[in-house]
Ligand binder design. Structure first.
Ligand SMILES: Cc1cc2nc3c(=O)[nH]c(=O)nc-3n(C[C@H](O)[C@H](O)[C@H](O)COP(=O)(O)OP(=O)(O)OC[C@H]3O[C@@H](n4cnc5c(N)ncnc54)[C@H](O)[C@@H]3O)c2cc1C
Length: 489
């Protein structure tokens, strides 16, 4: 029997798996996607919001502020990029200026650093602000990350410390086994254990963590169809702009928030691209993460209100993500009353990424510490850093090329990714098995040509490393094979 079965390997599942891996516990993670970070964690604005705007008194407000505090050290520890860019919330009329004053006061009560800048001060720092902008709320503690990098690194270290991860393993149903099945180590009481049924076998856990994103409601109602909550998908669509000779903006630019969220943003990314988005639209389809022309037109019209000189002709990709939106607007983080040991981490829409380390801390402190005896492992293995060429000084690169010439063989010319880095991404403990997996881990195909130049070479490397034929190499999931064997005449 597992001590914890975590359902979903998004940022929340990964943080909890990593934290639990520090203790003498048997932990299993079940993920229906072919890789870690397959849901909202893969498709968002990547902002570590400072915590200025969630409603007072909500879990969101508390955990966002704490998450923002924790990220710099978490990223340092996990060797993941974090950049404190700061952000502006911009006002374009007197009504919006009043909102800026309210947000400023709210920030002060939460110890979130903030200051109001007039137009001249704001333009000095961000020359491409639109001509309509009259003032800005400066939020210097805002940061950006690469969300899936944090998730991968956490899960990789969890795996090194004996957490089991089963990918492509969809949870189909959950059965509460009779109350005599599990004897609580702390209280000595007996209670339910839970049998989790998947397409790849059944697993029994004394405790379950439901971190299934937009599907968290369906997972809980498999067990408890009465006391259920509902999650609706709220889609956000984006453009990604190519790297520009001069950055369009150097910090996050928020419009004034509305009932639909933080609005359509302009966001610099860790790797020098610019994100424009997201839109905000409720949809019925929990798999509907595709873009459409009409919504992207809306995104264009909105970003022009806050930033000018946007080179839309430099868009290299569009994408969409689905926010798991709950009934109250707040996060749902609690142990089920009817089914002790079953923890819901649901409705984690924005600022869910920014809050993730604090969500983990909160779950550990308020729920898990009461459920099990936490005994630290005697030995804990830290993941080793792999060479990342773009982060290296020239002298370090020269040394590396001498030791292993494959790091000198550039496969992706847009992002300057070497054969050695691609091989590392496949051989590491949570290794890539698909083109998309390689792309997420070390970035080939993320650039201007979106893989049209380097993809054939990456297919060859994947085939050779995984000892499969090129026809078996997949883009992402089952059936997405890229090379199709032709019929010979
Ligand atoms: C458009 C958009 C913009 C956003 N911008 C920001 C931002 O800038 N800053 C911020 O703080 N937050 C942002 N968010 C919110 C943030 O992305 C989410 O709160 C966060 O990623 C949620 O992580 P999670 O681990 O809870 O869920 P997810 O990342 O969705 O992970 C859930 C996982 O569960 C798996 N799963 C589902 N069902 C099953 C099943 N039956 N069996 C097994 N596995 C299953 C899924 O495949 C998935 O991998 C944004 C979200 C969106 C969509």
């Amino acid at each position: 029997m597992y001590d914890y079965i975590i359902i979903g390997a998004g940022i929340n599942g990964c943080f909890l798996a990593h934290e639990l891996s520090k203790y003498d516990l048997d932990v299993l993670v079940l993920e229906k996607g072919p890789d870690v970070a397959s849901g909202a964690t893969m498709a968002n604005s990547a902002i570590i919001h400072p915590g200025h705007d969630p409603k007072p008194g909500t879990l969101k407000a508390k955990l966002n502020v704490r998450g923002n505090e924790l990220y710099p050290s978490v990223c340092k520890e996990m060797d993941a990029a974090f950049r404190q860019t700061s952000a502006f919330v911009v006002a374009t009329n007197q009504e919006e200026l009043a909102v800026i004053h309210t947000l400023h006061e709210q920030s002060q009560t939460r110890n979130v650093p903030s200051e109001i800048l007039d137009r001249a001060q704001a333009i000095y720092l961000e020359p491409n602000l639109s001509d309509n902008v009259i003032a800005a709320l400066n939020l210097p503690s805002t940061g950006i990350i690469t969300p899936w990098e944090v998730a991968f690194n956490l899960m990789e270290e969890a795996i090194l410390n004996d957490v089991k991860l089963y990918l492509d393993t969809k949870v189909l149903s959950i059965i509460a086994r009779p109350k005599t099945c599990y004897i609580d180590a702390k209280s000595g009481d007996s209670r339910y254990a839970y049998e989790v049924i998947t397409g790849k076998g059944n697993f029994i856990g004394s405790n379950i963590i439901n971190a299934a994103g937009v599907y968290a409601d369906e997972i809980y109602s498999m067990l408890n169809p009465i006391d259920k909550f509902t999650i609706t998908s709220r889609k956000g669509e984006y453009f990604i702009l190519d790297k520009l000779p001069e950055p369009l903006v150097s910090r996050v630019i928020y419009p004034i928030p509305s009932s639909k969220g933080k609005g359509v943003l302009v966001v610099p990314t860790i790797h020098g691209n610019t994100l424009l988005g997201p839109s905000s639209e409720f949809i019925d389809d929990k798999n509907g993460d595709f873009t459409d022309t009409e919504t992207l037109e809306y995104v264009r019209s909105q970003v022009k209100k806050t930033v000018k000189n946007i080179p839309f002709n430099k868009a290299i990709k569009t994408f969409a993500g689905l926010r798991p939106t709950g009934p109250t607007g707040d996060f749902i983080i609690e142990e089920s009353f009817d089914f002790p040991g079953f923890i819901n981490i649901g409705a984690i829409q924005s600022p869910g990424l920014a809050s993730a380390p604090a969500i983990c801390e909160y779950v550990m402190d308020t729920i898990i510490e009461k459920q099990v005896i936490l005994k630290e492992k005697k030995t804990y293995i830290k993941r080793t850093k792999l060479p990342i060429l773009y982060k290296m000084a020239d002298s370090e690169k020269q040394k590396l090329w001498k030791e292993n010439p494959s790091y000198g063989k550039i496969v992706c010319r847009c992002e300057h990714i070497s054969e050695g880095e691609i091989i590392d991404s496949i051989r590491r403990p949570l290794g890539a098995t698909t083109l998309d997996g390689v792309k997420k881990r070390v970035r080939p195909s993320m650039g201007r040509c979106q893989g049209s130049f380097c993809q054939p070479a990456i297919i060859e490397i994947l085939a050779s490393e995984l000892n499969i034929s090129v026809e078996e190499v997949k883009l992402y999931n089952e059936g997405s094979n890229v090379v199709i064997k032709g019929e010979s005449n």
